[in-house]
Design a protein around this ligand. Structure first.
Ligand SMILES: Nc1ncnc2c1ncn2[C@@H]1O[C@H](COP(=O)(O)OP(=O)(O)OP(=O)(O)O)[C@@H](O)[C@H]1O
Ligand SMILES: [Mg+2]
Length: 341
């Protein structure tokens, strides 16, 4: 994967204030084709590759452990870390950050976070409101560039490239690192066109190839059986849960390597939430996933590793089971036990 473009832009601590790009577009992307293109990427389309073989059997959802039980208290003298926590992971990470900081003007929202994301695993980001989860997530595909006054320092390494490098082709980057937002945001287009838009933008012209791709993505998101007879109806006519799965189908249609999901189920009913969780567990066969959630049980069910953020610091990052049964830091314990946040 090459992500280095030839044009020179200052990505380091640069505020990008392009016309039509505003904070709202970063938190609630517009549904226009141009915004879609931005998110879908404009690099050369990667021909649909055969699905990678599953790295392990279909994962069963874990039972959410009781988050308050049997949590030993850390020694009183144990210091709280101020920044980076554990970053070691095996197998080798799909990508990692090194001393990543994000600023809004002079305000530092993320403080020198170093974190490795294991290939084809799910990492959950948890922490109280305002601690920087969305900011960190958006920085991973440089969506914070779209926020006036936002800037980043540090490194994000993917496929041998530091994507904070000014030469990074951010549009191509956003093709390889897809984003699913809190509120479903289908385009004002048909179900079929929502999924076909990205691949067509990248140059897939053949109707047969697009048909095949649309079906593949809708099957992967468990939507095919529900919509196969109304593919040309508006995506907006679907239920909220179906719309969110359509948005996930749209994200994977451009063959990303990584999926970033910011509270993808928080606006959904319990049944739709369960479907998105099952889908997340299925998708990790093919994608590395980072998911922000306020739902501790959801984090426990869907993720392999969990990172606890507080006031812009990565306080603790470990196996999910460890975080929810035996966290190392008192503030993690307090948060997952509902004592604050
Ligand atoms: N566009 C922005 N401009 C200025 N400050 C911002 C902007 N977006 C976020 N912030 C600030 O950065 C900090 C982190 O915000 P962020 O949205 O990343 O938190 P969060 O953990 O995702 O919160 P929540 O759980 O409520 O979604 C907060 O103090 C917030 O006010
Ligand atoms: Mg957020």
């Amino acid at each position: 994967m090459t992500l280095i473009a030839t044009e020179k832009t200052d990505a380091r601590r640069t505020a990008v204030q392009s016309a039509g790009e505003n904070p709202a577009s970063a938190t609630s992307p517009a549904d226009s084709p141009s915004a879609a293109a931005l998110n879908a990427g404009t690099g050369t389309v990667v021909p649909p590759a055969p699905s990678a073989p599953p790295s392990q059997p279909a994962p069963a959802l874990k039972q959410a452990p009781a988050v308050t039980a049997q949590i030993p208290k850390p020694a009183p003298s144990e210091p709280e870390p101020s920044g980076a926590a554990r970053t070691q992971a095996a197998p080798p990470p799909a990508f990692y950050t090194k001393d990543l900081s994000v600023f809004y003007g002079e305000k530092q929202a993320i403080k020198q976070v170093s974190m490795a994301f294991p290939d084809r695993q799910v990492v959950a980001l948890i922490g109280p409101s305002g601690c920087g989860k969305s900011t960190f997530l958006r920085s991973l595909n440089r969506m914070n560039d779209l926020i006036p006054g936002a800037s980043i320092e540090g490194e994000i390494w993917i496929g041998g490239h530091n994507i904070c490098d000014p030469k990074t082709d951010v549009v191509r980057l956003r093709q390889k690192i897809g984003m699913v937002w809190q509120r479903p945001n289908p385009f004002h287009k048909s179900i079929y066109e929502n999924v076909a838009f990205g691949p067509r933008y990248h140059g897939v012209k053949s109707k047969a190839a697009l048909d095949e791709l649309v079906e593949e993505c809708l099957r992967k998101t468990a939507l095919w059986d529900e919509v196969k007879d109304r593919l040309h109806q508006s995506g907006l006519a679907l239920s909220g849960g179906q719309q969110q799965r359509l948005c996930i189908a749209r994200s994977i249609a451009v063959k990303p390597d990584i999926l970033l999901m910011d509270e993808p189920a928080s606006a959904l009913d319990p049944v739709s939430t369960a479907k998105v969780e099952e889908l997340t567990a299925e998708l990790k066969r093919d994608y590395t996933i980072v998911i922000v959630t306020h739902n501790m049980h959801q984090a426990a069910r869907v993720s392999d590793k969990t990172a606890f953020f507080f006031l812009g610091d990565l306080v603790e990052y470990d196996e999910t089971n460890k975080i929810f049964t035996n966290p190392s830091r008192k503030s993690t314990d307090d948060y997952i036990s509902g004592r604050f946040g």
